[in-house]
Design a binder for this molecule. Structure first.
Ligand SMILES: [Zn+2]
Length: 469
């Protein structure tokens, strides 16, 4: 399998550190408001990556952080006169709801920044001991001049970064305007944690360095994010982790391109910053949204338009129509060679497209060639066992795509319809997550959705159990 490594900017063969096992870190949401479709594009790319790795036989251990403390969250919570946990709870809940709606698989770990401050303090102490960090007033900064490798991911020319750029009022103590904050001393009314430098809170970049190490080790296989995180966030993560640990942080760095809406950058002022909820409220289908988000190669800009969503609908209808004909088609005593050829070609082309840096566009191309072939075969009569053969091909492809089974999507959106066990598991987990963060409104909404589908949830000491009523 080949992936485009942003570190070195080249296509590289994937070689796991441990045979058969991929450890993967993906930067998660800042739980400040409901994520928009630009964020969801990144999470969708990461879902396709995870599913493709599993499709090719790898076991995956993945961690995605939840940034639940940072400047905007603190300011908004202060304004709303609530603590940050209360402020972030509904956004954590809606995030997991959106993932479940789009059938983005749950990953192994969703660590929260506020629960890993001790690990961050420990890493900052190591950086201070090695001369890569220094204290100024109540804060601690990373000393870029002490890191010879700084810029190796983004290729940024540090001399081009203006030295005289404006420094925030709480960062006057910096030795160099380019240094970045690791620890911020607490101001009046702000949330705080104890540290050797007095009460305060961590900077944003250090959280991913500390949490990736805790869940995946000092060196792991793949680190992903949106291209907007490449600099400075990922560059700073590398600087922190590698200066503290003296070994590479991640071997492959993957970045997904931006999403535009109607050819324009998303912005609040243009009113085109859609959330998944906005789109569903307009009666658009989650299944078509998933299809559109995964249909464009992750390293190409994706222009989101309502026309393209309609195209996605039509593409899916072609699959649905073929499956309907297949279910009602007659199997005859025909030569199976042509079907075997079409099925084999599809399986080979589909797997090869995904192994080629997740070329989902080519994988879908192979799918529609197959759909066309099968329609022709149905016209002439399928060979014995043909129906099962075609369904098996589609089922295998859907392990990555998760859009081909119309019945499953219809069931999960229609009131009273049956959910699959995996979908129920995902919803029950999302509800537990919502309850853990005390977002009882979101937890109730999910319980409602489950009860409409005839699922009863029972909460016990050791977690929630469910059964079909
Ligand atoms: Zn991150």
């Amino acid at each position: 399998m080949k992936l485009f490594n942003s570190l070195g900017r080249r296509l590289q063969e994937l070689e796991p550190l441990e045979p058969g096992h991929i450890r993967l870190y993906t930067c998660g949401p800042t739980v400040y408001d409901r994520v928009h479709i630009g964020n969801l594009r990144t999470f969708m790319f990461e879902d396709v990556l995870r599913r493709t790795l599993q499709f090719h036989g790898y076991r995956v251990t993945q961690a995605m952080n939840l940034t639940d403390v940072e400047d905007k969250i603190i300011a908004a919570a202060l304004k709303a006169k609530v603590d940050i946990e209360t402020f972030t709870a509904p956004h954590v809940g809606s995030f997991f709801e959106d993932l479940a709606t789009l059938r983005i698989e749950r990953v192994e770990h969703y660590p929260r920044a506020t629960e890993h401050v001790a690990e961050m303090v420990a890493m900052i102490e190591r950086l201070q001991a090695t001369g890569h960090a220094y204290r100024a007033d109540d804060s601690v900064f990373f000393r870029i001049a002490a890191d010879q490798d700084y810029g190796k991911l983004s290729g940024i020319d540090l001399d081009q970064v203006r030295r005289g750029q404006r420094v925030q009022s709480d960062e006057y103590g910096k030795e160099d305007a380019r240094d970045f904050v690791l620890w911020k001393g607490a101001k009046e009314g702000e949330p705080r944690w104890p540290s050797p430098w007095g009460p305060g809170r961590p900077g944003w970049h250090i959280e991913c360095s500390a949490m990736s190490q805790k869940y995946l080790g000092k060196t792991f296989d793949i680190h992903c994010g949106g291209v907007d995180n490449l600099f400075p966030h990922h560059e700073n993560e590398i600087a922190q982790s590698e200066s503290a640990n003296c070994c590479p942080q991640a071997r492959y760095w993957l970045h997904s391109e931006h999403l535009t809406v109607d050819g324009e950058k998303m912005s609040k002022s243009l009113g085109n910053c859609y959330t998944l909820g906005d789109l569903l409220d307009r009666g658009l289908s989650a299944r078509s949204i998933r299809y559109l988000l995964l249909s464009v190669h992750y390293r190409q800009q994706l222009d989101f338009t309502f026309d393209k969503l309609a195209e996605a609908d039509r593409a899916l209808k072609r699959v649905d129509d073929m499956r309907f004909r297949l279910a009602h088609g007659v199997e005859k005593d025909n030569d199976p060679a042509r079907l075997e050829q079409a099925a084999g070609d599809f399986e080979t082309a589909f797997a090869a497209a995904l192994a080629d840096d997740l070329n989902t566009a080519a994988a879908l191309g192979a799918l529609f060639t197959f759909v066309h072939e099968v329609n022709g075969l149905i016209d002439h009569g399928l060979p014995a066992g043909g129906r099962t053969r075609v369904e098996a091909c589609l089922g295998r492809a859907d392990e990555v795509l998760a859009v081909l089974d119309a019945a499953a999507w219809a069931e999960s959106t229609e009131a009273g319809g049956g959910l699959s066990d995996a979908e129920i598991d995902a919803l029950v987990a999302a509800r537990s997550e919502a309850r853990a963060s005390r977002d009882f409104a979101a937890a109730d909404r999910i319980r409602e959705q489950l009860s409409e589908a005839g699922v009863v949830v029972e909460d016990a000491r050791d977690g929630s159990r469910w059964k079909r009523s």
